[in-house]
Design a protein around this ligand. Sequence first.
Ligand code: DGY
Length: 329
Amino acid sequence: MTGAVKVAVTRRLPEQVETRLSALFDTVLNDGDEPLSQAALIERAQGADVLAATLGDKLDAAFFDAVGDRLKLVANFGAGIDHIDVAAANAKGVTVTNTPSVLAEDAADMAMALILAVPRRLVEGVTALREGKFEGWSPTWMLGRRVRGKKLGIIGLGRVGEAIARRARAFGLSVHYHNRNPINPHMEEELEATYWDSLDQMLAHVDIVSVNCPHTPATFHLLSRRRLELMPPHAYLVNISRGEIVDETALADMIEAGRLAGAGLDVYERGGPNDKLLGLSNVVLLPHMASATVESRIEMGERVIINIKMFADGHKPPDRVILGLDEDF
Ligand code: DGY
């Protein structure tokens, strides 16, 4: 790329990231942090070489058709790329990058927090106390389920899944996982992880399920009603990946009916949780905050900058999304 590289940013980013972007490139920021309308998004991208986009920006085939020829790189702030039609981008000569590794540890902390919080009824306890319902210790009040010794089934043992597995081992959980292919034997041995070729069989066997695969057409409602019904009634579900992977209506029905013991969710099918989930006490609902640490967001910004800089200097950016590869789990 020659001349000043024009970068359009779609949302507010951490201050030092914006400062650095502005120092390195001809950068248009979004000071107001308002999500852009589709028309505004297209207009912003039309005048730029690089779009520093993020979750919530709908970059579909129509967007890439409308955007014209100048745009050459979408540098996504975030790991998930289900809001980007990468094939349509590539067909128009647009490279897509993401920020895959820097948020894995923080996201795994949050998954682990949910794995602990739901069986141990952490939020129920806090709520009861705040509502004045704590009348002193009792042998039979607020009993949860022990975490140690339980079987954790990870759907998608990638970067985040692996970081969760390491934490889970420290808490005495045994690790089970379903991927399209087994992970390398050394890591499997280190994690003492059991591979399940059949997701159905794993679901029937484990006590806690953690969803960590990406959302793709192939994983939409991977946890369908039929599959959720395979889980034992004492089992819990944790999802910090994408809401669309779980049939949320079925999940709420099953928890309400006592067919599942509870859930910890950071992501939802339609942005926020459905009304039934909101009314259930044995679910912990978070507002998509698994990667929300200052450190993570700054490092995500760093990756965005590195990807843009490498691309602008004529090199392959390190976090190129490669179709097929990144959809695997
Ligand atoms: C991502 O990076 O896609 C996450 O969902 C944001 O936390």
